[in-house]
Design a protein around this ligand. Structure first.
Ligand code: 3HC
Length: 282
């Protein structure tokens, strides 16, 4: 049976993009967050994105119809009847494990539990449940409605059936699934984040100003965004936590986070979402 009802936990930029993409593909979605204000902001973001897509003729049905498939809840228990739950909370392993443990107790045995973690081990998250064969990684890219890739990460015990169902779902979303082994950072962040971290080192060491570094990479290597503006979009706290997972996971100094990245996070400069990162956002 294919998946038709999905719960998404976390109404931040990844969670709201995942909810939107699922609803656009015809699935019934329950968007969950403990913070009602985050849910309101997420709904406004989804509405804006859908309106933009509708005006460009990229939607096959009215935006309102897509919005109508997204319900919200601040209670985890609202997800009890979903066939798939995608967790997209911040990159905190203890928080993710606690959520998976609660979901395992709450959801029927058939429900698949997926994590949008950008770098934490799926096998370790799965071990917090009594259904490690039903736990899998679905790593979406930002901005979710636009980016085609979903990394699909099998934990050590993930079943073939669950993997096949998730790959089929990714296709239903109009996206492309790429399988990755359960190693720190998977494929994308293992390659992307050291590049971003190196750009922060270049800024820290005065090799060039932020705009020079970004222009060099955009105009010299045809990247759609420079590494520093991309870091601001991803969130500097997320960038730092991914570098820490790589550093701890490989125990190799080449993954050490740049001190400037750490200081900026300590100062509350988190990028676009806080209004200040390597650039200012009004
Ligand atoms: N919702 C709907 N549509 C959107 C959108 C959104 N949130 N954001 C952009 N778009 C659409 C635009 O409407 C536009 O559509 P069009 O081609 O029909 O005109 C198209 O996407 C391009 O957008 P813009 O013209 O506004 O701007 P750009 O051409 O600069 O593209 C971008 C924006 C798609 C963000 C592009 O700059 C890009 O690809 N940047 C790199 C993104 C990237 O690398 N993401 C991965 C980050 S890593 C990650 O997510 C993993 C995590 O774990 C850290």
């Amino acid at each position: 049976m294919s998946i038709s009802t999905v719960g998404v936990i976390g109404a931040g930029q990844m969670g709201n993009g995942i909810a939107q993409s699922m609803a656009m593909a015809g699935l019934e979605v329950i968007l969950n967050d403990i913070d009602g204000a985050s849910i309101e902001r997420a709904l406004a973001t989804i509405q804006k994105s859908l309106t933009r897509m509708e005006s460009k003729g990229k939607l096959s049905e009215p935006a309102e119809q897509v919005m109508g498939r997204i319900k919200t809840s601040t209670e985890l228990s609202a997800l009890a009847q979903t066939q798939l739950v995608v967790e997209a909370v911040s990159e905190n392993e203890a928080l993710k494990k606690s959520l998976f443990k609660q979901l395992d107790e709450l959801c029927p045995a058939e429900t698949i539990l997926a994590s949008n973690t950008s770098s934490i081990s799926i096998t370790r998250i799965a071990a917090a449940t009594n259904r490690p064969d039903q736990v899998i990684g679905m790593h979406f890219m930002n901005p979710v409605p636009v980016m085609k890739l979903v990394e699909v990460i099998r934990g050590l015990q993930t079943s073939d059936e669950v993997n096949d169902k998730i790959v089929a779902l990714v296709e239903q979303l109009g996206k492309v699934a790429v399988g990755s082994e359960d190693r720190p950072g998977f494929i994308v962040n293992r390659i992307l984040l050291p590049m971003i971290n190196e750009a922060v080192f270049a800024l820290y060491e005065g090799v060039g100003e932020a705009k020079a570094i970004d222009d060099a990479m955009k105009l010299g290597t045809a990247h759609p965004m420079g590494p520093l503006e991309l870091a601001d979009m991803i969130g500097l706290d997320t960038c730092l936590s991914i570098m820490e997972v790589l550093y701890e996971g490989f125990r190799d100094s080449k993954y050490r986070p740049c001190p400037l990245l750490r200081s900026m996070v300590d100062a509350g400069y988190l990028g676009r979402k806080s209004g200040q990162g390597f650039y200012s956002y009004e």
